[in-house]
Design a protein around this ligand. Structure first.
Ligand SMILES: [Mg+2]
Length: 173
């Protein structure tokens, strides 16, 4: 059963391009598994920020492989991956670990050498922990969300706040 620890990212950054590559390398990371929507590009778009492009080049220069791991179906993910010259695991089924594990297997890396980067606790972070990867949480690129996702976000924010309270308590002890 997933516990609170499963929803606690190992590392956080506001944007993808703010994730320090030396920190990933220091943790033995050799591949970056990227969520697509609201992490790499704003929700349901193909528009790639120049800072994202530069960061991706930096990842490659640092000797790490990038691979898309997305729950999205269809051609959009594959097309974007092709444009970027990276591999893609679509229909990953996050928070289940299978897509993430498949990515690690394709790269012939142990999951612990992979960082899963995404914007959602209940999909990306949980899948990362479940698969045994480093879990990196970024803020969603596009804050406009509807219905279910908005509900989940509110829950996520509450949980994150609770986490921080626990950290403070730990600090006091
Ligand atoms: Mg996402």
């Amino acid at each position: 059963m997933p516990t609170m620890g499963w929803l606690t990212p190992d590392m956080t950054a506001h944007r993808l391009w703010e994730i320090p590559l030396d920190a990933l390398k220091a943790r033995g990371i050799r591949a970056v598994l990227l969520d697509l929507d609201n992490t790499l590009v704003p929700w349901h778009t193909q528009s790639l920020d120049d800072r994202t492009r530069t960061w991706l080049e930096g990842v490659a220069d640092a000797g790490m492989t990038v691979l898309l791991v997305t729950n999205a179906t269809g051609e959009r993910a594959k097309e974007l991956a092709r444009t970027l010259g990276i591999r893609c695991v679509p229909q990953a089924g996050k928070p289940l670990p299978r897509g993430v594990l498949r990515a690690a297997r394709e790269l012939e890396l142990p999951p612990a050498a992979c960082a899963m980067v995404g914007d959602q606790l209940f999909t990306d972070v949980m899948a990362a922990h479940w698969a045994g990867c480093l879990a990196v949480l970024v803020d969603p690129l596009d804050p406009r969300e509807m219905g279910w996702t908005r509900f989940v976000r509110r829950l996520e924010r509450r949980l994150l706040r609770r986490d921080h309270r626990w950290e403070r308590k730990d600090g006091d002890a």
